[in-house]
Design a binder for this molecule. Sequence first.
Ligand code: KE4
Length: 427
Amino acid sequence: MNHSQSEAIFQKAQTLMPGGVNSPARAFGAVGGTPLIMDRGEGAYLFDVDGNQLIDYIGSWGPMILGHQHPKVKAAVHAAVDKGTSFGAPTCGENELAQLIIDAVSSIEKVRLVNSGTEATMSAIRLARGYTQRDIIIKFSGNYHGHVDSLLVAAGSAAATLAVPDSPGVTAGTSQDTLILAYNDAAGLEHAFAEHGTNIAGVIFEPVVGNMGCVIPHGEFLAALRKCTQDAGALLICDEVMTGFRVGYGGAQTLLDISPDITTLGKIVGGGLPIGAYGGRADIMNHILPAGKVFQAGTLSGNPIACAAGIATLTELRDNSPYAVLEELGEQLATGLQTLAEAAGKRCCVQRVGSMLTLFFHAGPVTCWADAAECNTEQFGKYFWGMIEKGVYLPCSQYEAMFISTAHTATDIQNTIDAAAQVLEAI
Ligand code: KE4
């Protein structure tokens, strides 16, 4: 494949933007080489500036569940643009999108629209602290919730749970109120509540993890999350930025039958435009300004163009449910990849929920960050580039999930499996 245009454009980009990108996830840091510069997307495909066509399994890191340029989303955006782009005043579209979200997610009685998943989780944490009048937030290794200062933390001292900054610019003062635990460790969670219970404002978790690759929660862990928070008067924050409307119309919480106090959303709810959201019980959400005193604001929150894309996307998902078909395509791909990896003698496992899945270069199961950290990421890098050369665009890190859209066909999946057969044999 020719990548000369991408290379030239990326070289220029590096003189203009840090690392040549506007998000590090796109920089190919984990796999090396030059990122492909994309020109356009159509359905399940991306076309880069060198004219290469690729089957897209990033889907903009989740939002594009309907594929690129879905006609209903395009029409809605065009119609909205013809009325103006932003007013800084309430619009009907915000009511419509809020109603769609409330109708879809039973634990949400009121919702606030923001501009990104990060804004949603940052606001949810502030709300939990404001509502409970407590300081401590618990998160889990391998879970990512956006670039919120208090969540950019790593496990600290031998105490394991005490967090320390995981990025320059995050102060010790910020991270001192964060505890970091192991995902799927119910006993560790119970111990942390035994030690800090009445000081814990909230626990934030990914209900199906996408950010260490696709990792599935254990039932006892989910039960402990709900019981520990309930017993201690802490809030359970379910970060569904990635899983919301992805693994089912009601999100992972409906699939897993867990009812959180606050849910964060993003990605799909914006249909590819910048939207995040956080919502929950009305008595909690009514603490948010101007109904309550917890401050949160945003110039472009509830932007009419973004709402139009979100409304069109959620309406399509509600009225023409794709989840059974996405389940079939996901199973076809997962089974194909697992079989090939075994045939190629690779120590691999595939973990999947619906249309989000990961081929781990690890014998498996991968249940927490300690497991994920053992993956053969060098082999993943070779696999990634081998698939690019075969016209398949995977997430550029072992610690991400592949996403299948409604635009993918069984033929696309089979072509992906055929490509993987050759690549896994060769690496
Ligand atoms: P954004 O601020 O990127 O919209 O959302 C942050 C976020 C919050 N919660 C979860 C569970 C998320 O997965 C994310 C963002 N996901 C990454 C990809 N795994 C976004 C990619 C990027 O940062 O470019």
